[in-house]
Design a protein around this ligand. Sequence first.
Ligand code: IMP
Ligand code: MG
Length: 192
Amino acid sequence: MTDLENDLAKILITREQLQARIAELGAAISRDYAGKDLLLLCILKGGVLFLSDLVRAIHIPHAIDFMAISSYGGTRTESSGVVRIIMDLNANIANRDVLIVEDIIDTGRTLTYITELLKTRNPTSVKICTLLNKPSRREVTVPLDYIGFDIPNEFVVGYGLDFNEVYRNLPYIGVLKVELYARGESPEHSPA
Ligand code: IMP
Ligand code: MG
């Protein structure tokens, strides 16, 4: 067991489960976007491992681009939903089919903000592909077009997802031990 694994309460989604599901998502995207001008827009940093495996499961021509965001305030395990653009994407998205590639949708605030912003730039379509979804935490409705896994209300790390910038390199999704982050956060913000 590595040092990082010691910090986990359990492994939630194995490497094999991730790869099998990503193959299915890639096949669905390849089918749905055939003949379209597809641009995969990866939200940094959490989405980067997912993107790199997803593009290898997509068999139609497409471009990739990146956008880096960070949310103001919140706690170490909660996004505030007030989003700051750290790095905007390079591509002109007018008349293109944009598919946002994100690690996890929690309250839905981050992706609502990003989607609304992108729509002002006149793309043909903006859809969302998220690896993980925490439906029990949703505060604002955001239509999700491709979902890897619905997960319970637990704070997860690995495969791009971090806690204080650590654990992104784990090749699976794990649940972080509560004692590593619970102190100092209000009870309503603690995972069930
Ligand atoms: P939302 O605006 O609440 O949907 O927040 C989404 C963002 O919060 C994600 O892109 C992650 O950066 C972060 N996040 C939410 N839940 C988790 C988690 O369980 N582990 C790691 N990051 C998370
Ligand atoms: Mg993120």
